[in-house]
Design a protein around this ligand. Structure first.
Ligand code: GDP
Length: 365
């Protein structure tokens, strides 16, 4: 899963990104090591892993990860190729969702590109750039499809959808506001990979003082919340500067620091949880002496496809899955005890995997 961080210059994107990558760099092993400077691989906090690893005496814990991509260079006119526009657009097309950082702090030392702090104006500036970028893609696609449609009648419905999307965008609205007529249309729209079709989380970057009540008394945050509610997006409140400080601390220090601020978890943890939720993701677990590990899947994924996350052979040769809820397993104390108590289910290819399932796959090679 990949999240792209966007926002106007000077709103706190790099500060947030640096604290994310710092937090990631100091945590356990993760499976991918090729880290681009613009990509941070961040582990998904999961208390269940430590508990299971303890029970199994695992040599290694491997958390699920989320990738964050720092997409700098979005300014007014980006879609017209000013600044880093085109590179930006290429990067952002690949992401599953967008984290839109919005400046909600006053600080006369930090210059605002448009002269004043105004979160809604900022959001609209960025969103309009995304709309323009999508319009360009659509116009190109429409002329191509219109040409092909002369010889291929089956393209008529695609052309119709493309034109509907163009109308929506020309009104300044996002592609995701178009309600698809049926599953085919929905799939076709998804295949276009439009920027304004991607889910968005707004990250309201507040001053330290506004953290404790989660931005409730900050007028900037209230505005962002109203705006996001109207379009069905989520908002979460962070202070990028504090996150950067937290990222420097070890676990014990971090806990104390958060308690002092009256917080239960860091903004980054909130962000990761919100992204998981937004994208409809869950984790299932595998546990053993060698490794205890979390695997990310979409809600509704069936056992063979979940197995395929580990290895494509597991999916191809899937026979069945032995499944036990992590809490049941911990309560039983050992896998053998869980089996004796009848807590381990033998599941077939139609089993829908649940969050927190500990799974052992049986497969043919
Ligand atoms: P970017 O251009 O969006 O990547 O912004 P940066 O992360 O580089 O931040 C721009 C400036 O704002 C830097 O000087 C940061 O130290 C400062 N900054 C970032 N987050 C905060 C914050 O939460 N509060 C305050 N007061 N300053 C911040």
């Amino acid at each position: 899963m990949k999240l792209g961080i966007v926002g106007l210059p000077n709103v706190g994107k790099s500060t947030l990104f640096n604290s994310l990558t710092k937090a990631g760099a100091e945590s356990a092993n993760y499976p991918f090591c090729t880290i681009d400077p613009n990509v941070g691989v961040v582990p998904v906090p999961d208390f269940r892993l430590g508990l299971l690893a303890n029970m199994y005496n695992s040599r290694k814990i491997t958390p699920a990860v989320i990738e964050f991509v720092d997409i700098a260079g979005l300014v007014k006119g980006a879609s017209k190729g000013e600044g880093l526009g085109n590179q930006f657009l290429a990067n952002i097309r690949e992401v599953d969702a967008i984290v839109h950082v919005v400046r909600c702090f006053d600080d006369s030392n930090v210059v605002h590109v448009d002269g004043s702090v105004d979160p809604i104006r900022d959001i609209e500036t960025i969103n309009l750039e995304l709309v323009f970028a999508d319009l360009e893609v659509l116009e190109r696609r429409i002329s191509k499809t219109a040409r092909s449609a002369m010889n291929d009648k089956s393209l008529a419905s695609e052309l119709k959808t493309l034109k509907k999307l163009k109308e929506v965008l020309e009104e300044g609205k996002e592609a995701k506001t178009l309600v698809p007529e049926d599953e085919d249309e929905e799939a076709f729209i998804a295949s276009l990979n439009l920027l304004t079709d991607k889910p968005v989380i707004y990250a309201a970057n507040v001053a330290e003082d506004d953290l404790a009540d989660d931005g409730a008394s900050c007028p900037y945050v209230q505005k962002v919340r109203e705006f996001a509610a109207a379009e069905g997006s989520q908002v979460f409140v962070i202070c990028a500067q504090i996150e950067q400080e937290i990222a420097e601390l070890d676990d014990d220090e971090k806990k104390m620091f958060l308690e002092d601020l009256g917080l239960k978890e860091s903004g980054l943890e909130k962000l990761i949880a919100a992204s998981y939720d937004l994208l409809g993701l869950i984790s299932y677990l595998t546990a053993g002496e060698q490794e205890t590990r979390a695997w990310t899947i979409r809600k509704g994924t069936k056992a063979p496809q979940a197995a395929g996350k580990i290895h494509s052979d597991f999916e191809r040769g899937f026979i069945r899955a032995e499944v036990v809820n992590y809490q049941d397993l911990l309560d039983a104390g050992t896998y053998a005890a869980a089996r004796e108590k009848g807590l381990i289910g033998l599941e077939g290819k139609d089993y829908v995997v649940k969050d927190g399932d500990v799974i052992l796959f049986r497969f043919n090679v």
